[in-house]
Design a protein around this ligand. Structure first.
Ligand code: ZN
Length: 318
């Protein structure tokens, strides 16, 4: 009796195993071998670096859409589905894409390779005096480090290096390709750094008024002194007292230009310029492209060069 039952169980197990193998080989036949590696990035500059390094072997999607400021962005349920179905997710960290910190545990459980690119660079502490009151109180917005690392060409190169190494782990057969792509981008970023150093070496002033404190890493590398209308994020409303101080500063230091950004209202910069006789111009923190930027064929590298030209004019460099 027991023998009979044992034989029946063995036959059932055998059939089940055969069914599993059959369905597996069927599934395998449907996996397209030429599929690109799907990569998501939290916002534009990281998507740009991943696109440059990943080239033809990857398909990139920025979760923060064009024309949207990343500081106050929240992903939609559809964005979460897109993130879950990607192989790799690059995010910045340190407050500029705070939502990414929240969603990353579930992505990791789901098998997505999650990489915080700020791990690749040395970070500067966020100066408390650069935050407006709301930001000081809300520790969720900013932790202790300044997130705007992509605006420094040297740190940008280190970010691209981490992206290269990540893509090599995920897609080892493309290793040589990713190394070549990185090498091209690295050369261009090095040239960018050289041009910033040369063009900003000899200027009448080093004082620069920006819209929000996105340029601390640029200021540190190329020796600029920054003052911002808003705080660490662009939407933070400055007090009347702060605006009065800036008005005095512009007059005192003969500052020629009040910079504004493409993704936030220029209203305060225009008011300040009117009161002081300065002009306004764009200094772009490259947190996202507008549709005008896109149709003009602009990208991270061209905007970095536009910024350099705006700085040399404002600072009266030779
Ligand atoms: Zn910012």
């Amino acid at each position: 009796m027991y023998k009979k039952i044992t034989i029946i169980i063995v036959i059932i197990l055998g059939l089940a195993l055969a069914a599993v193998f059959a369905s597996r080989s069927k599934v395998n036949n449907f996996v397209p071998k030429s599929a690109k590696i799907s990569v998501t990035a939290s916002f534009y500059p990281l998507a740009y670096f991943a696109e440059q390094v990943g080239g033809d072997r990857v398909s990139i999607q920025s979760i923060t859409p064009n024309g949207t400021e990343p500081h106050d962005f929240e992903p939609t349920p559809q964005d979460i589905i897109t993130l879950r179905s990607s192989r790799v997710f690059f995010y910045n960290g340190n407050g500029v894409d705070a939502w990414a910190d929240r969603v990353q545990p579930e992505l990791i459980v789901g098998g997505v390779k999650v990489v915080a690119v700020s791990d690749a660079v040395s970070l500067m502490p966020t100066p408390v005096e650069q935050m407006v009151d709301d930001e000081r109180e809300d520790k969720r917005i900013f932790n202790q480090f300044d997130p705007h690392i992509w605006l420094d060409p040297i740190r940008a190169r280190q970010i691209a290096e981490l992206i290269r190494d990540t893509l090599i782990v995920v897609d080892p057969s493309g290793a040589d390709y990713y190394r070549g792509q990185f090498s091209d981008l690295s050369g261009r970023l090095t040239a960018l750094d050289t041009d910033y150093t040369k063009s900003l070496a000899s200027c009448a002033t080093r004082d620069v008024i920006v819209s929000h404190y996105a340029f601390n890493y640029v200021a540190e590398r190329y020796n600029l002194k920054l003052y911002a209308i808003a705080g660490m994020s662009p939407e933070a409303e400055p007090s009347a007292k702060h605006l009065a101080e800036l008005t005095r500063l512009v007059k005192e230091k003969n500052i020629t230009t009040i910079f504004f950004e493409t993704l936030v209202s220029p209203r305060l910069a225009e008011t300040l310029a009117k009161e002081t006789g300065a002009v306004t111009n764009v200094l772009n923190p490259i947190e996202g492209l507008t549709s005008e930027d896109l149709s003009a064929g602009k990208n991270y590298e061209t905007i970095m060069r536009d910024n350099l030209s705006a700085l040399t004019t404002a600072m009266l460099c030779q």
